[in-house]
Design a protein around this ligand. Structure first.
Ligand SMILES: [Cu+2]
Length: 504
């Protein structure tokens, strides 16, 4: 969507001493799209898993030497955890990583001091409603040789969740190294739809990476060794499930693709080469009320889309999934299918809209960016406050609030709240200059309703520049310390992340 650089941003200055891979010079569609194994189908009893983080070397492309990366499994993409709503499970997350990081740490960032172990990790199941001690709080990290067991009650509806590293100040690097995977939560409502399953239901984990010519991950830096952080970047190569521009053999029938953008800061604009719309049946927090035809799907870091693609009229053809003008995945449609053809659901479920009158509190959250004179670089804040300043947002358990994100920057920020699901109310353009100078909110147009594919339950909302974006959220589940942040991982680290506390 919006990756425009503002003039005063720290440019990502590539280190010209390092020869870089140019992925467009590689032959596309020579590697099969990997499908990671599914771990666990939770049963009636309490299920438990043990998942170890480790350093691996994996091939991202036929013609690129193996890449050092970190993973939750033996392959580039960690396993898919499959669980059932109402069936609690626990995971022992084991840190078997080396003690030295291989990507450039910025020790000037909050929580990244030289007195803190370089390699530290914690695991957040994005979109899961869990007690605070199990949420993968950024300061709750653990080091190599240690593990942490988290309990997931899973008292929530079916949804495409995912898990990833969330360690304070360094998750942008841990994530770039490969620490993420999918977590699918199922329920009876979903079962009743008889959606494509088994080999017809596949993850699509989309991300971008820079590589050196010898196939190693390259994370861009500012050129300042004391402060290497960059505000955001789009990397050269697009990967799908761990391969650069792979292919996938499909049958001429309906498929379900559980899609997540696992890029640090890149947005994707997905289209099909046939010109047909993508059919979206679910968003971050589960199924939509009805299937929505989306000609171009703008999807932000951290966001999920549950997509259906119908290949039934394309037997024998090759079809490409694109972001912008780039073909990133080739579907090779076989001549025939052996399976009965699934059909597309029309009405999926009812999702009552939360009325604005249900909200007892409205909070204004400003999204700001600054030139940090001391560091000679950018920093981005929420409500002009740093992460470590005292908690200012204290919603009451089971209360409903409206949060309005006032974006005074020139970027779209995908804002994410832990613990909760929410609905998007609207977006409205405002006069940013007037707001900055006079502290006066002057709207410049009518409020815009969310797009049809944004009208389900969400946990990430695009907050475009110069707009007030409003969400309505009920703080259900647990009291305790949680957080909200921009899901552009570079923004989150410096310092677009704030705590909130749910109080009794
Ligand atoms: Cu941001």
């Amino acid at each position: 969507m919006n990756m425009g650089q503002t003039m005063h941003k720290t440019p990502a200055a590539p280190d010209h001493t390092v020869p870089m891979l140019h992925s467009l010079e590689l032959m596309p569609f020579v590697d099969a799209m990997p499908v990671p194994p599914s771990l666990l189908k939770a049963t009636a009893s309490h299920a438990s898993l043990r998942i170890a983080m480790r350093e691996i070397h994996a091939k991202v492309h036929r013609d690129v030497p193996a890449t050092r990366m970190w993973s939750y499994g033996p392959e580039a993409l960690g396993p898919v955890i499959e669980a059932r709503s109402g069936h609690p499970m626990s995971v022992q997350w084991v840190n078997n990583l080396p003690v030295k990081h291989f990507l450039p740490i910025d020790h000037s960032l909050h929580g990244c001091g030289r007195d803190i172990p370089d390699v530290r990790t914690c695991v957040h199941v994005h979109g899961a409603r869990v007690p605070t001690k199990d949420d993968g709080h950024p300061e709750d990290w653990f080091t190599p040789g240690n593990s942490r067991t988290s309990h997931y009650p899973l008292e929530q509806e079916s949804a495409t969740l995912w898990f990833h590293d969330h360690a304070m100040g360094i998750n942008r690097l841990n994530h770039y190294a490969g620490l993420f995977g999918m977590f699918w939560l199922r329920d009876e409502q979903e079962d009743a739809l008889h959606l494509p399953n088994g080999k017809y239901e596949l993850p699509l984990v989309l991300y971008d990476r820079d590589f050196t010519t010898d196939g190693q991950l390259f994370y861009p830096t500012s050129g300042d060794p004391e402060h290497p952080w960059v505000s955001e970047f789009t990397a050269d190569a697009i990967l799908v499930n761990g391969k650069i521009r792979p292919y996938l053999e499909v049958e001429p029938r309906l498929y379900r693709f559980r899609t997540v953008v696992a890029a640090n800061s890149r947005f994707f604009g997905l289209t099909l080469s046939t010109g047909a719309s993508l059919v979206q049946i679910g968003s971050d927090q589960g199924l939509l009320s009805a299937a929505v035809e989306v000609p171009r799907l703008n999807i932000a870091p951290g966001e999920r889309a549950d997509l259906l693609i119908d290949f039934s009229k394309h037997a024998g053809e090759k079809i490409h999934l694109r972001t912008g003008a780039l073909d990133i995945l080739e579907f090779r449609v076989a001549a025939r299918t052996g399976a009965p053809v699934a059909s597309l659901p029309n009405n999926i479920r009812s999702i009552p809209r939360t009325p604005e009158t249900a909200a007892t509190v409205t909070r204004t959250i400003t999204l700001n960016e600054y030139q940090d004179k001391a560091q000679n670089s950018m920093l981005m804040l929420l409500n002009r406050k740093h992460w470590h300043e005292p908690v200012t947002e204290r919603p009451r358990l089971n209360s409903t609030e409206i949060w309005e994100f006032v974006n005074q920057t020139e970027d779209t920020h995908p804002m994410h709240l832990h613990l909760v699901r929410f609905q998007i109310l609207d977006r409205r353009p405002f006069d940013t200059f007037q707001y900055l100078m006079q502290k006066e909110m002057r709207f410049q147009g009518p409020a815009e309703a969310p797009a049809p594919n944004e009208q389900g339950w969400k946990d990430i909302v695009h907050c475009p520049p110069g707009m007030v974006t409003r969400i309505i959220v009920k703080f259900e589940g647990y009291t305790g310390d949680y957080l909200y942040h921009c899901h552009i991982l570079e923004h989150e680290a410096n310092d677009m992340m704030r705590p909130f506390e749910v109080i009794a």
